[in-house]
Write a protein that binds this ligand. Structure first.
Ligand SMILES: Cc1cc2nc3c(=O)[nH]c(=O)nc-3n(C[C@H](O)[C@H](O)[C@H](O)COP(=O)(O)OP(=O)(O)OC[C@H]3O[C@@H](n4cnc5c(N)ncnc54)[C@H](O)[C@@H]3O)c2cc1C
Length: 466
């Protein structure tokens, strides 16, 4: 009989919630395994968000609102520790009409009361607004500015966490789906569709959009509404702050989107919200793009330049419109993280804190480790030109050949993995200039033919062989 690996904790899902939970657990003397059905970490909902570290999430008394405010600063501390790039900013809630203007003092007081001095806010008059944000539309009458926001390089956060976890002895299984979980006396037996079996004392369901299906394997039940959101990336950012139209009747399912930007200075507008039925339906319709452009172009008078691309993600929205972090009905050795809609990226350290408390309460012993090893920083030419060891391969995003090779050495075997790790082919030309060279370098580094390289594994071939 073959030997079955035994773990203290198995985490299903290597999205931001699973990885941050693993990051916290890795600071204790535990044997941890993370399983993900994708071939690299963070390829679920965590690849299709806006990468904003939020402050305001309504209603303030909801779990997602409290955990976002708690997670906000800790996430930035984790970014600093892992040397992940981020930019601090604030949000301007823009008063677009007389009603908004009249409501402004009340909304300001409401925010001040609920943010309790943790995050500062202020009313900004029209003249000051013009001075600090000259590209804001002339139709904007005033604004409330809320501090404490940030935009992060979320791909680097995902890979930074993954690299930290690998170097600190956390085990990973990629490309295999957990399809069955059996309860044994002191253990859970976990089966994957790759034919593997693992034993674990505890299990965390961090399955994101598919956490309902993982929960069902455990005999638990939750149903998600699927809230698709589309984002449009533009050539240029038009403001130094995030711009959001003030709304007097907030929708509990969405913050309403904003004119935003990425950590590297591209414009990012959206998301909208459209309920869909299929978890794989990441299609983008003309109406999505038109809705976003008509909603947000009213806020600014500057041109954000060429729309580079649009992408979408799906939020798993549970009936209570809030995160659910609970023990399985079958056993306290299992913690389900359910309904990780926005802002679960921001909240992830606080979600993980709750998970650890639950595991501890259920008997998991947390003995601190003293041998934690730091992530080896991935130096980029873009940040430190003096670190550029080789020729530029992607002119738009200033990525060198050496960075592409380093991404492969750090574990990426697909074009998408290399793109997310380095930013190559993700600039204005979207790879039309450098794609073939990037594939050649990846194939050279992997010692395979270019025709063996796929976009994201499976049958997603890029080069056709004659
Ligand atoms: C358009 C949009 C914009 C957003 N913007 C923001 C934002 O700016 N700020 C913010 O804070 N939040 C934002 N969010 C929310 C945020 O992206 C998500 O809440 C977060 O990424 C969820 O992470 P997760 O780890 O729960 O899920 P995921 O990233 O989906 O990870 C779950 C993982 O589990 C794996 N998995 C599932 N089932 C199995 C199985 N049976 N076996 C093996 N593996 C399995 C999946 O492959 C996946 O990798 C946004 C969301 C959307 C859709």
């Amino acid at each position: 009989m073959s030997k079955i690996d035994v773990y203290d904790v198995v985490i299903v899902g290597a999205g931001i919630c699973g990885l941050i939970t693993a990051y916290k657990l890795a600071h204790y003397k535990l044997n941890i395994l993370v399983i993900d059905m994708n071939i690299e970490p963070g390829w679920g909902v965590s690849k299709g968000h806006a990468a904003i570290v939020h402050v305001i999430q309504l209603p303030f008394k909801s779990l997602k609102s409290k955990l976002a405010r708690e997670g906000n600063r800790e996430l930035l501390k984790i970014c600093e520790y892992l040397k992940v790039r981020y930019r601090k900013t604030s949000t301007l809630l823009l008063a677009m009409n007389l009603l908004h203007l009249l409501a402004l003092p009340l909304i300001y007081l409401y925010l001040k009361l609920n943010l309790k001095g943790e995050f500062k806010s202020r009313i900004i008059g029209r003249r000051t607004l013009r001075r600090i944000e000259p590209n804001v539309s002339d139709k904007v009458l005033a604004a409330i500015e809320v501090d404490g926001y940030a935009v992060i390089d979320s791909f680097d956060l995902i890979y930074g966490l993954y690299e930290f976890l690998k170097i600190n002895s956390v085990h990973f299984v990629f490309g295999e789906k957990v399809v069955r979980i059996d309860f044994q006396e002191d253990f859970l037996k976990i089966y994957t569709d790759g034919g593997r079996e693992f034993l674990s004392r505890y299990l965390v369901n961090a399955g994101g959009l598919y956490a309902d299906e993982v929960a069902r394997l455990l005999g638990d039940y939750v149903e998600f509404e699927l809230g698709k959101g589309v984002m449009i990336v533009f050539e240029k950012q038009v403001s130094d702050r995030l711009l959001s139209p003030l709304t007097l009747r907030p929708d509990p399912k969405t913050k309403g989107g904003a004119v935003m930007f990425t950590w590297d200075g591209k414009g990012l507008w959206g998301p909208n919200l459209r309920i869909v039925r299929d978890k794989n339906d990441l299609s983008i319709e003309e109406s999505d793009v038109n809705t976003i452009i008509s909603r947000f172009s009213k806020l600014v008078k500057a041109d954000p330049g060429i729309p580079i691309k649009a992408y979408s993600g799906i939020r798993p929205i549970p009936p209570i419109n809030d995160f659910i972090i609970t023990y399985s009905k079958k056993s306290r050795r299992i913690v389900n993280i359910l309904g990780t809609e926005s802002p679960a990226l921001t909240s992830s350290p606080a979600i993980a804190r709750v998970v650890l408390e639950k595991l501890k309460e259920a008997g998991l012993e947390l003995i601190p480790r003293e041998d934690i090893v730091e992530r080896i920083v991935f130096h980029r030419f873009r940040d430190k030109p003096e670190c550029g060891k080789s020729r530029l391969i992607c002119i738009c995003n200033r990525v060198t050949e050496e960075e592409v090779r380093e991404a492969v050495r750090r574990g990426s075997k697909t074009l998408q993995g290399v793109m997310f790790r380095t930013g190559v082919c993700m600039g204005v030309c979207q790879g039309s200039r450098c794609l073939s060279e990037v594939i050649e370098v990846i194939s050279d580094e992997l010692r395979v033919k270019p025709s063996n390289i796929t976009l994201r594994g499976g049958g997603s071939w890029i080069v056709k062989t004659s």
